[in-house]
Design a protein. Sequence first.
Length: 468
Amino acid sequence: MNKKILSFLISVTLLFTACISIPSEKKSVEKNLDAVEALSAKTAYEFNLAYDSKNHQLTGTMKATITNCSGDSWNKVVINDWATTPYYAEKKYPDYAPTDFSNTTITIAGEKIPVVMQRQNNLTSLEADAKKDIPDGETFVFQTDFVIHIPNFEYRYGYSIKDGVERVALGNALPVLALYKNGEWITHSYVSDGESFNSEVADYDVTFTCPPEYEVVMTGIPEVVDSTYHCVENCIRDFTIMLATHHTTYVEDYNGLLITVLGNSDCAADLPKFAEQTKTMMDFYTKLVGPYPYDSIDICLLDLPAGGMEYAELVICNTEQAFETPQALAHELGHEWFYLSVGNDEFSEPWIDESITSYISILYMESLGYDMTDSYVKKEYEKYYDICGSVSAMTDDKYYRMSAYSYGPTFLRNLNELMGDKAFNAALQEIYNTYIFKQADTQGVLNIFRKHSKKSIEDLICRYFKEK
Ligand SMILES: [Zn+2]
């Protein structure tokens, strides 16, 4: 059943029910792209998408209305196509092929110019020569058709068929405008362990069709007619769709927040439990950091070779881990605050999204009485790690995992103890209010902690940020 109809039925049911849950501290946050101070561009995307279940392809058209806000004049448009990655090419996954782009045009000042997308050496990015200048402040239209070849891989992006059940995860599959910063287009290549995504918030108008046997969840709250889903959502950092056969959803309206849990039909009876967990987590982060700015959140329980993954208004969680402990779900939901709301360059400064999220999810778990001592780095290992490295600098997986998930939270725990809860939480809230819908960076974040701390935090910064 689609979540909009179910949401209505739940609302009607609640009218006749005396027991209504306590309202969360949700406040409305203005989601107006015009009011956002963009680094490089303000973009409104229109996507028309169709899933071809026979060939496992996503065919689509993209129309992006883009205003250059970079302060520079552009002569090209750069697109990140994370559906095409060196990772899949190297592993030679069945059905792997780079995304096909065709009929690409750029319309500047009313003149429609046919252009060719040139794929760059990192495979992930493409450039289109605009053939004329796009000055700062100019609004232009970029249009292209595409066919995405989805790899046969059970992960955050890919399809899998197991025991007659098909799951399709379209995480970061849609092509998006690359971010432009300090005179450069940011085109980090895809990394399989960790993240390299970085995009400005944008407005999305997405229409998606698929065969009727799929249960579908996506960013935002779609209107559904037969098997066509139409969703308009503003100020979001990405747009994601998950679909699966033999799956079902549990949907609940929690004081204006529509919670959807997607899981295998066999575990339908367990899905409300995850909605309950989601409520407590969303309330915890709202109180600790600030109000969640959106009206929906989807929890997708899927089989993954990882704990989970975060997208705007949607998280994936490893089913087995989710049944064992709330930790994986708490971590992914924490990312709705750090990365999806407060953006950053996940490739160059992964500690901002990964370590802050890890720490606030540790605080959540501790609030439930869990002993989280093992989440922190033991003193004897501290000398080996620093937390300001980029994903690419962390050449082995252990370095990245230790740095992002252990060393970063250890820094934040020590900082919290030095500052005290009141000042530390005030700093977290100021970081959120300062950078919501924008891009945070290390110096900006550390300066807010400096401002709120009554004691010097320089020794701690020197110890944990060896390169600073
Ligand atoms: Zn994470």
